[in-house]
Design a protein around this ligand. Structure first.
Ligand code: GDP
Length: 483
């Protein structure tokens, strides 16, 4: 993953705008994540307080395991037990996450909670993981005692071996007659899960989602693991969270469940998630109760969005103007991506048309003739002479512009150099029938006159995507008209 900041226009050797950097990253097949935090200048620089002085936060737990091993049942029982244990009058609602209280531990006496994610199919979990956001502190691996290790159990084992995340194994369905949990434990050990029973460090608990047996112990085990991890988060300053799920709700409009990771989210806060922004209207917990402040580790439903944000999107808070700025930037990026996507679609269409034509030709012509045809039909080239302020950006521009087009028309870079556009660049472009691309450099007036008299086109910009757009448009001009 590449993270890039929203810096000012490129002016130094390696300081790039987020768009510029994103496009370059995409050119090389990466999926860039633009770190918008840099766009929010209302915050003081990070203070890096001593972590142990920060407030404790609840652990975020995801339940995983093979289908039919009892994940939903376990979550339902945990949810309803927590409601029964909590204040009366709560109505459980499915919001993608819920809190379970942990009995006060002897040492601290603090009332603690655990936040369980219960998103179907772990869609948000995968989406967030794909963006490099590890929101889950602890995974509960559910294995049905009567079924043992199954393909999805192995997938989870692979995942926990790869990611640095704590695990509790829940051997489920122990209420079933004749089951032998110890067999499952042995199988898990054989599959590389180092259970405490065998001297490892992964605790396992025997539970029944149906009868509720062992669930207290499961909660305690998770709580103990969390305590060992000493999970803490800043409540001051920057607010960051993730959308767990979202839907349009009657009377409230777009509503999203947001898992707050740091900072405190409050009504009237201006927030952004992907291309959705809004001003927090109401916050509710999974019991449908209004919440005044959502602290780190809490999941709350948030209303007040202008449009529906997507599950997995990062949520950030900022001033009204910062949010608007960030939104405008993101919309510009999205438009650009759409344009690039359209060009790719057009290219694909043309490729298909061309393939079709070739097939038809092949049916009527001898293969030698076809070979001749192909030679004659070689791709048209938009020859480029690239001038840039520093060699790093010259290479970057070349990288971004190279390969725009398809088999019918495409770019070809014939020269890359540093410095203002000169008369000899113009003459070179004329000889090649090419286009001069000037990135963050000038085209002196006398050179402009020469270019005009020699009919040599040139484009200039300090923003790489503009150059990409212009070059793409010129490549498109080379394509034969659609008939
Ligand atoms: P999921 O696919 O992992 O979410 O599994 P479900 O929670 O849907 O459970 C699958 C089936 O196993 C359902 O028929 C449940 O009633 C049953 N089941 C789940 N937990 C238990 C349990 O602890 N004991 C027994 N006997 N059945 C269970």
């Amino acid at each position: 993953m590449i993270r890039v900041g929203m810096d000012a226009e490129a002016s130094y050797d390696y300081l790039l705008t987020s768009e510029y950097a994103s496009l370059l990253a995409m050119e090389f097949g990466w999926n860039p994540v633009v770190d918008d935090e840099a766009a929010f200048d209302i915050y003081p620089p990070p203070s890096h307080p001593e972590p142990s002085t920060l407030p404790i936060r609840p652990p975020v737990v995801t339940i995983m395991g093979h289908v039919d091993h009892g994940k939903t049942t376990l979550l339902d029982t945990l949810r309803s037990t927590s409601v029964a244990k909590g204040e009366a009058g709560g109505i459980t609602q499915h919001i993608g996450a819920f809190s379970v209280p942990v009995p006060a531990s002897g040492s601290s006496g603090d009332a603690r909670t655990i936040t369980f994610l219960d998103t179907p199919g772990h869609a948000a979990f995968s989406a967030m993981r794909a963006r490099g956001a590890g929101v889950t502190d602890i995974i509960v691996l559910v294995v049905a005692a009567d079924d043992g290790i199954m393909p999805q159990t192995r997938e989870v084992i692979e995942l926990i071996n790869k990611e640095k995340v704590s695990v509790v194994v829940a051997i489920n369905k122990i209420d079933k007659p004749g089951v032998e949990p110890s067999k499952v434990e042995t199988a898990l050990l054989a599959a590389g899960v180092q259970l405490e029973t065998f001297g490892g460090d992964i605790p396992s608990v025997q539970v029944s989602g149906i009868t509720g047996q062992g669930l207290d112990q499961l909660v305690e085990t998770i709580s103990a693991l969390a305590e060992m991890q000493d999970l803490r988060a800043e409540r001051e300053g920057l607010v960051q969270g993730y959308v767990i799920e979202s839907k349009v709700q009657k009377g409230l409009g777009p509503v999203a469940t947001v898992l707050v990771l740091r900072g405190c989210l409050k009504p009237t806060d201006h927030i952004i998630a992907g291309l959705a922004n809004g001003k927090v209207r109401l916050l509710h917990d999974s019991n449908g109760k209004p919440v005044k402040v959502a602290y780190p580790g809490m999941a709350v439903t948030v209303s007040g969005w202008k449009v529906l944000p997507n599950a997995g999107d990062e949520v950030l808070k900022g001033s009204d103007s910062d949010i608007k700025k960030a939104l405008a930037n993101r919309e510009r990026m999205a438009d650009l991506n759409a344009t690039l996507g359209d060009v790719e679609l057009l290219n694909e269409q043309r490729r298909q048309d061309r393939d079709q034509k070739e097939k038809e030709t092949a049916a009527t012509k001898a293969s030698k003739e076809l070979e001749e045809d192909r030679k004659e039909d070689g791709p048209k080239e938009l020859r480029l002479i690239i001038k840039a302020d520093v060699s790093g950006s010259a290479e970057a521009v070349a990288g971004a512009l190279q390969g725009i087009g398809n088999d019918i028309a495409r770019t070809k870079i014939i020269a890359t150099a540093v410095g203002d556009v000169t008369e000899s660049d113009v003459m070179r472009a004329k000889a090649a029938g090419g286009l001069i691309v000037a990135f963050s450099v000038g085209v002196p007036r006398p050179v402009q006159s020469v270019a005009a008299s020699q009919h040599v086109p040139w484009i200039t910009s300090t923003i790489i995507y503009r150059l990409m757009e212009d070059v793409t448009a010129k490549v498109i001009e080379l394509l034969p008209p659609i008939v």
